[in-house]
Ligand binder design. Structure first.
Ligand code: G3P
Ligand code: CA
Length: 240
């Protein structure tokens, strides 16, 4: 069971920052989940929204700002504002951490709102540059992005994300040649997980934050859980 720290240990630290990722390791995460976008000067950065305003003290779209401009914005959370590791990191900065730790990294391509030209290729090139292909799963809500990744390299692991019921989701994931389905917690059942496993698909579930739900999903034999509280999940896994 992979304990994916969702946007790092984002329940306690500013999401998708180096601080949140480093703290996740300390409390027992065995994987990271993060979101990527592409800057005006074609750098891959780690942030959830297309716009920086919710999490940083600034305004604007990632696609309209350079990396240098983006990394100057301070974190919106007051307690973390003056820390040096709470800026918008590049994917490369997180890959450095993944390379030197025993971790799986789920890179979510945020291609459902804005289509960033060649983001799939750019991400795969970085994964290869850091030689961490065997530690990576690339996911997206956009099936086209999954398809593009597999066309670039059929060996790259992919996960098909969804948060609304999909008829014949297993068939759809297989058609995309995905390696896993990533459903939201409400859409999961033991039967679905069994069927996915019979079809050689892993099942990683988001976003599970309460002890009760964590126990439920562990008992359903999910392969991975995305949680904002990796320390709590670590404790629950050791109890179950
Ligand atoms: O990858 C699982 C989960 O992160 C997808 O939803 O909105 O948190 O990126 P969101
Ligand atoms: Ca995500």
């Amino acid at each position: 069971m992979i304990n994916f720290a969702h946007r790092g240990a984002s329940g306690d630290y500013p999401e998708n920052t180096l601080l949140a990722f480093r703290e996740a390791i300390k409390v027992g995460a065995t994987g990271f989940e993060l979101d990527v976008h592409k800057t005006k000067d074609n750098k891959i950065v780690v942030i959830h929204d297309e716009d920086i305003e919710r999490t940083f003290l600034g305004k604007g779209l990632i696609k309209d700002l350079t990396l240098e401009e983006l990394q100057k914005f301070k974190c919106r959370k007051v307690l973390f504002r003056n820390l040096t590791n709470c800026y918008i990191p590049t994917l490369e900065e997180v890959l450095e951490i993944v390379k030197s730790n025993n971790l799986i990294l789920n890179i979510e391509l945020k291609t459902d709102e804005i289509h960033y030209i060649d983001i799939e290729k750019d991400v795969i090139d970085l994964v290869k540059k850091y030689e961490v292909e065997n530690k990576i799963i690339i996911s997206s809500f956009n099936p086209e992005s999954i398809k593009i990744c597999k066309d670039i390299d059929s060996e790259i692991k992919t996960g098909f994300l969804y948060c609304k019921p999909i008829v014949n989701v297993i068939e759809k994931a297989k058609k995309l040649k995905a390696n896993a389905i990533h459903p939201s917690f409400e859409l999961v059942s033991k039967k679905l997980i069994q069927k996915a496993h019979e079809n050689n698909l892993e099942v990683n579930i988001f976003t599970v934050n309460s002890p009760r739900d964590m126990r439920r999903v562990i008992n359903m034999k999910a392969d991975g859980i995305f949680t904002d509280y990796p320390g709590l999940l670590n404790q629950i896994i050791s109890e179950e």
